[in-house]
Design a protein around this ligand. Structure first.
Ligand SMILES: Cc1cc2nc3c(=O)[nH]c(=O)nc-3n(C[C@H](O)[C@H](O)[C@H](O)COP(=O)(O)OP(=O)(O)OC[C@H]3O[C@@H](n4cnc5c(N)ncnc54)[C@H](O)[C@@H]3O)c2cc1C
Length: 424
């Protein structure tokens, strides 16, 4: 049987997978991008979390490249100027850049097509086998099973699905952070509502067991922002495991049950008789699943001290932001001037061959991961993984043996910012 062959197979077309695929393809590699849904963006589009961030720290840009170019292009298309991102000391949400999820997905499609990435939507891997110098990937498609060979695999599934199928060691938290199902609310005037009365009714409904205290937010009380801001990502869907099909099924159902409870409750409140809920996320947004056990693991101490890694490939910037099911946040701002870095070793599973990861699943402890998981970092690690994969294919070596100067040069030539590195 003649099995199709590519240089790089990227699994998962979230923001990390898109940047990985575009970067590797722009370097002349044959790249296949395999995605279980019908559009790119993952959490940024499917879960309605269309606020990529954070690209700027302490008054200057620290993450750039393919992801940033897409964000800028989307805002230009929408005719929405960017805020002044060189301003310091605003809340972290100020630096997150809202984009239209549908336009953002379309622009990602366009960038993938322009780079000649072979797109396989509605496709999932069933098995990964290491064979001689290649990976043999069995894909589930609408037409049945098919085979693909790839020299390098990049896992961008957000839950280390490919690394799991390849048999690599993973780190699974005993209990993951809650997920969130986004919804948009309309059909009322927030200024005409009696919030005190709604709050009292909410507490009564929670006491009766009709609502969960985290159905509109995670403070344990009614979240006024939910109505003031016309919905958006507010609830906490607790006790989740979002890395297998059974777990994913439960979280999606629990998310919609929560939305239904809130809708039924709010519809009964004065001023909300005509409340409408519009689709926010098609899927539940997932904050945390598994991470790989990498050659290097970024710890919270590395993160908050801005450790300078000898194999650093990009920056990260976000507060520590761990949500727990009791509605508590472990939220810690970075000290002034600290800009964390991500090493190449965090993108390579231990004892792996011709395998990389990018995005939320990079090797990190839970607290570091609670900050590293955001989209700008996922985009930057995606682009970095694409450049490492290209160097590994070109030089017929393992990702760990790639020449850092070569990888960094390619990244900077493609618009990325590499810590402490400038082109000569
Ligand atoms: C409620 C909430 C709010 C957030 N707020 C922000 C915010 O404001 N700003 C911000 O920057 N970040 C935010 N984040 C974090 C951020 O959105 C995600 O961590 C990030 O987008 C993850 O990107 P990723 O590419 O690693 O993975 P994902 O976005 O999860 O993408 C993974 C992709 O892989 C696909 N996939 C999975 N398994 C397979 C498989 N077996 N085969 C094929 N395809 C597969 C998925 O369908 C998906 O498209 C938030 C997260 C949540 C949950």
């Amino acid at each position: 049987m003649n099995i199709p062959m590519v240089d790089v197979a990227v699994l998962g077309a979230g923001v990390s997978g898109v940047c990985a695929a575009v970067q590797a393809a722009r370097l002349g590699l044959k790249v296949a991008l395999i995605e279980k849904n019908g559009l790119p963006g993952g959490s940024a589009t499917m879960a309605g979390i269309s606020c990529p961030g954070i690209f700027h720290a302490w008054g200057k840009q620290v993450i750039s490249g393919i992801g940033w170019q897409l964000v800028e292009a989307c805002r230009r298309l929408e005719n929405r100027p960017l805020p002044d991102l060189t301003r310091e000391n605003e809340g972290h949400w100020y630096y997150q850049i809202e984009v239209s999820p549908v336009l953002f997905a379309a622009l990602m499609d366009q960038a993938l097509n322009d780079a000649a990435v072979e797109l396989h939507y509605h496709t999932m891997p069933a098995a990964l086998h290491a064979e001689d110098d290649d990976w043999r990937i069995t894909l589930c498609t609408k037409d049945g099973l098919s085979e693909l060979r790839a020299r390098i695999v990049i896992d961008c599934t957000g839950d280390a699905n490919a690394a799991h199928l390849a048999g690599y060691e993973l780190c699974t938290p005993e209990e993951c952070q809650p997920g969130t199902l986004s919804v948009y609310a309309d059909g009322y005037d927030p200024n005409a509502l009696d919030f005190d009365a709604i709050e009292t009714a909410f507490d009564d409904a929670v006491a009766r067991g009709e609502l969960s205290s985290e159905d509109t937010g995670w403070s344990g009380a009614f979240n006024r922002h939910f109505l003031y801001c016309h919905g958006n990502n507010s609830n906490h869907i607790c006790n989740i495991n979002a890395f297998d099909s059974a777990g994913r099924t439960r979280i999606e159902i629990a998310g919609r049950e929560s939305i239904l409870r809130v809708y039924r409750f709010l519809k009964r409140q004065p001023g909300l008789e005509h409340l409408v809920f519009h689709l926010g996320g098609c899927e539940c947004g997932v904050r945390e699943t598994r991470t790989i056990v990498g050659m290097t693991t970024v710890t919270v101490k590395d993160y908050v001290t801005g450790r300078a890694w000898e194999d650093a490939l990009c920056h990260a910037f976000y507060p520590i932001d761990l949500h727990d099911k009791a509605g508590k946040l472990d939220y810690r701002k970075l000290e002034h001037g600290v800009v964390p870095e991500v090493p190449r070793g965090a993108l390579i599973p231990r004892n792996s061959h011709r395998f990389l990861v990018a995005g939320r699943i990079l090797s990190s402890d839970r607290l570091a991961n609670s900050a590293l998981r955001v989209q700008a970092v996922c985009m930057a690690t995606g682009q970095a993984a694409g450049a490492v994969a290209a160097a590994a294919v070109r030089n017929q070596c393992e990702p760990l043996a790639t020449d850092l100067a070569e990888v960094r040069t390619v990244l900077v030539e493609n618009g990325a910012i590499v810590p402490r590195f400038k082109l000569k």
